[in-house]
Design a binder for this molecule. Structure first.
Ligand SMILES: N[C@@H](CCC(=O)N[C@@H](CS)C(=O)NCC(=O)O)C(=O)O
Length: 222
């Protein structure tokens, strides 16, 4: 444990959807932790000791270190089982884990592509946005993801098992970045999914974490 606070440390930054996932899970379970601001890019060698892939988030509890958001959630789910973030039944439980995988891979690649082009490139790297790439993502990859997710959600309030779960975190955290990049889920084309994202991001334990993003990270269209 950290000698000063005895709280676990979570390394990361507010614009990372993976870090946000961990923060929301911890908030849902009421687990206290300490934020350690860390960018993965150009990180010092001490950070690479913790995270061999040099990625955020990292969980550190004394000598115990976990450098991956899904593994961190798996650990905290066992360590702090109440309230649960996974259904107890094997099938919805496995589905929730699949949605976490999808959220952290394909869905995030799509949303991060837009965020990188529209926000990170102009605001951090001083580079031009590849507008053709953004158009392709918005016209093809994002609709494909939203069609799939809409089918999975059906008319349910939550993605699996009739309960809030880590699937709901994993399938909404990327949309914070998409919103920051000036894109909202089209509520005419995907009304159920747009409403699901909106109500999930405004849940009382989730909304304050969404609000933490710095102002520089907001895309403004001229
Ligand atoms: N599978 C990892 C992915 C984490 C990840 O890709 N984090 C990004 C920030 S959003 C990062 O650290 N990227 C740095 C890099 O790829 O070098 C997880 O779920 O924690």
């Amino acid at each position: 444990m950290n000698q000063n606070t005895q709280k676990p440390l979570v390394y990361g930054g507010t614009v990372s959807p993976y870090v946000r996932k961990v923060r929301v899970a911890l908030a849902y379970k009421g687990i206290e932790f300490e934020d350690v601001e860390q960018t993965p890019f150009g990180a010092p060698s001490e950070f690479r000791e913790l995270s061999p892939l040099s990625k955020i988030p990292v969980w550190k509890e004394g000598d115990f270190v976990l450098p991956d958001s899904s593994v961190i959630l798996s650990y905290i789910e066992q360590r702090y089982p109440t309230p649960p973030l996974l259904p107890a039944d094997p099938q919805p439980r496995a589905k929730a884990l699949w949605y976490q995988e999808y959220g952290g891979s394909q869905l995030n690649y799509v949303t991060a592509g837009v965020f990188f082009e529209r926000v990170v490139k102009p605001k951090v790297l001083n580079l031009d946005t590849d507008t053709k790439l953004v158009d392709r993502i918005l016209e093809k990859a994002l609709p494909r993801a939203l069609d799939y997710l809409t089918k999975c959600l059906g008319d349910n309030e939550y993605m699996v098992g009739g309960m809030f779960s880590l699937a709901d975190i994993a399938l909404t955290t990327s949309f914070v970045n998409l919103n920051l990049a000036g894109v909202k889920v089209d509520a005419v084309r995907w009304p159920a999914y747009a409403a699901y994202v909106e109500r999930t991001l405004t849940l009382p334990f989730y909304a304050p974490i969404v609000a933490q993003v710095p102002t520089w990270a907001k895309y403004q269209q001229d």
